[in-house]
Design a protein around this ligand. Structure first.
Ligand code: ADP
Length: 550
């Protein structure tokens, strides 16, 4: 036997405080910009753990946060799990009834809430009988408490204890340490629990080059919210690396993001594609110095090739396309190039980089088609199954979902993928987003990526609309650049798609919309469009809307 302690988060905090005491943690907050160091952070984390003891919060408690990305929230990332409790991050952008369900299902004992989110929390708390029964205390993330019906309530700065040291316990690695709910693009939110060990393993998984390649010299700004799958594990992993943290604060807009990159010399940032599309739009009209920025990890939804290219060509920023799920902690694959591919012609190289990529070391996957595992030929597709030390094996209190979503320790992801001979996974669609025309599958994701490459299109999504004869036909929803749209653009889009896709794949209608509805995690919300356009009439269906029989 080797190894005298379990795999837990505590050593990451200890190492950063000892080895990188002066490295900075910078944050936009509700009160302006804050700047601290690991040494000072370590003391604040101890004060938080002491405060939780003083408040009588049990070691086994789940402690919820309803907060944006800022230093105080980051303090809970170590303070809560290192004392043995479970950090439950709640997405404040979810509808009230989801927040209610989540807080009650998790039975959080204490909730940290941002000043700007107090009203939303109140509205979720008062909206139903007995809502938030388990919650014994609310703590507002600031130095005073706004007018509120939340009760009992205190402010974070008064809540913190004075004692700046804490006798951190030795914890069992199986001990629950974190919890997130999937955002519900596929129905009622499902809770996923992370243990000390799964969080340790995910941290170690994303640190090296084959993961997100995080270094002590990096200045990392997680734009992906800390309420969404632990900001992809970055707060823990950047600490493990000894890097500088930059948190973009409450509801950051593209101007905030650009300013922080420029002022703090950010080298690495991460978030969903819509954030980076928004920043590009902003940069068209405004100047910003992005020269420090080396890499952006984009994931959570497919990163269009045009987006990857534009960052590289116009700003010399490498995009790393990554894939993951709440259930996989989340990072599980990343589209790194293999040795030798760097010198490929740009187009061939980009065809790899636009894929969801290579599975991270430590994980295993297989792809199940109708007749068993599919071959790695880049064409056959099936459902991606994955397993490994940071992949969950069950949902919290959901036996019916556990029956359907797991087989012998494998997580059935619901993502439909191909795998090419080099092992690059490519998502064709989520199982329920695949469009079935005449029994044959059309990939909505491929079509939307192709449409988004058009210069006059800022956002696009494609859904299957029910059709009497063909079951479903694709319809595109497009946000056009100001001043364009109508027939000419529609014809253009069809011409563009016709270059690469058979006629029966082409959307039969292009609907111009002001914006595409988004989920609480910034992904296109196809559920809303599918409901709204369930009776949409399509005139232009081709004679043969399925492939010809061979
Ligand atoms: P939800 O299921 O509530 O949307 P998650 O954030 O866990 O919550 O989403 C995981 C899903 O997001 C994946 O199963 C996949 O469908 C999609 N996804 C994640 N990363 C990518 C990516 N790089 N490209 C395409 N889809 C992605």
């Amino acid at each position: 036997m080797v190894g005298t302690t379990d795999q837990t988060l505590r050593p990451f905090l200890w190492r950063a405080a000892k080895l990188y005491p002066d490295r900075e943690i910078v944050s936009r907050t509700h009160e302006g910009l804050s700047r601290t160091t690991y040494a000072a952070y370590d003391r604040r984390v101890a004060r938080l753990a002491n405060a939780l003891d003083d408040a009588g919060v049990s070691r086994d408690a789940r402690v919820g946060t309803f907060c944006w990305n800022h230093t105080r929230h980051f303090e809970t990332y170590f303070g809560v799990p290192c004392r043995g409790s479970q950090l439950h991050t709640i997405n404040p952008l979810l509808p009230d009834h989801h927040v209610q369900y989540i807080v009650e299902n998790a039975a959080d004992e204490l909730l940290f809430v941002d000043p700007s989110l107090v009203e939303s929390l109140e509205s979720a708390a008062t909206d139903a009988d007995g809502a938030f029964d388990a919650v014994e205390q609310f703590v507002v993330m600031g130095s005073d408490v706004p007018e509120t019906s939340l009760d009992p309530v205190t402010d974070y700065e008064s809540f913190l204890a004075d004692d700046e040291t804490y006798d951190w316990p030795d914890l069992d690695e199986e001990r629950p340490a974190g919890m997130c709910y999937t955002s519900g693009t596929t129905g009622k939110p499902k809770g996923v629990e992370y243990s000390q060990q799964t969080m340790w393993a995910h941290t170690m998984g994303i640190l090296p080059e084959a993961g997100l390649d995080l270094r002590a010299s990096d200045v990392v700004m997680p734009v992906v919210p800390m309420f969404h799958v632990m900001a992809w594990g970055l707060p823990h992993a950047v600490t493990a690396a000894g890097g500088k943290h930059v948190y973009p604060g409450p509801a950051p807009d593209p101007a905030d993001i650009a300013r922080l990159i420029e002022d703090e010399r950010v080298t690495f940032t991460a978030g969903v594609p819509t954030v980076w599309l928004g920043l590009l739009d902003y940069l068209e009209e405004n100047d910003a110095d992005l020269s420090s920025l080396e890499r952006i990890a984009i994931g959570g939804a497919a990163a269009p090739e045009s987006l990857i290219r534009e960052y590289e060509e116009s700003y010399d920023v490498q995009v790393l396309h990554a894939w993951g799920m709440t259930e996989t902690s989340p990072v599980a694959a990343a589209a790194h190039l293999k040795p030798g591919m760097e010198s490929w012609p740009a187009e061939k190289r980009d065809r790899k980089r636009v894929k969801q990529g290579l599975v991270l070391p430590g994980l295993e996957f297989k792809v199940m088609g109708e007749e068993g595992e599919i071959p790695w030929n880049g064409e056959d597709f099936g459902e991606l199954w994955i397993r490994g030390p940071w992949v969950t094996t069950e949902y919290f209190g959901r036996p019916e979902a556990n029956e359907t979503d797991f087989v012998d320790g494998w997580l059935k992801t619901g993502d439909v993928v191909t795998v090419d001979p080099e092992g690059y996974i490519q998502i064709v669609d989520r199982a329920k987003d695949v469009i079935k025309s005449g029994g044959e599958w059309i990939s909505s994701q491929e079509l939307e990526n192709a449409i988004m490459a058009h210069d006059d299109v800022t956002e696009a999504t494609v859904i299957g609309v029910p059709h009497e004869k063909w079951q479903e036909r694709p319809v595109a929803f497009v946000v056009a650049r100001e001043g364009v749209g109508g027939g000419p653009l529609m014809a253009d889009i069809r011409d563009l798609l016709a270059e690469d896709y058979p006629e029966w794949w082409l959307p039969d209608d292009v609907v111009y919309v002001e914006s595409i509805p988004k989920t609480a995690t910034g992904k296109f919300d196809k559920k809303v469009l599918r409901d709204e356009y369930a009776d949409h009439e399509i005139d232009d269906v081709p004679e043969e809307a399925a492939p010809e029989e061979e």
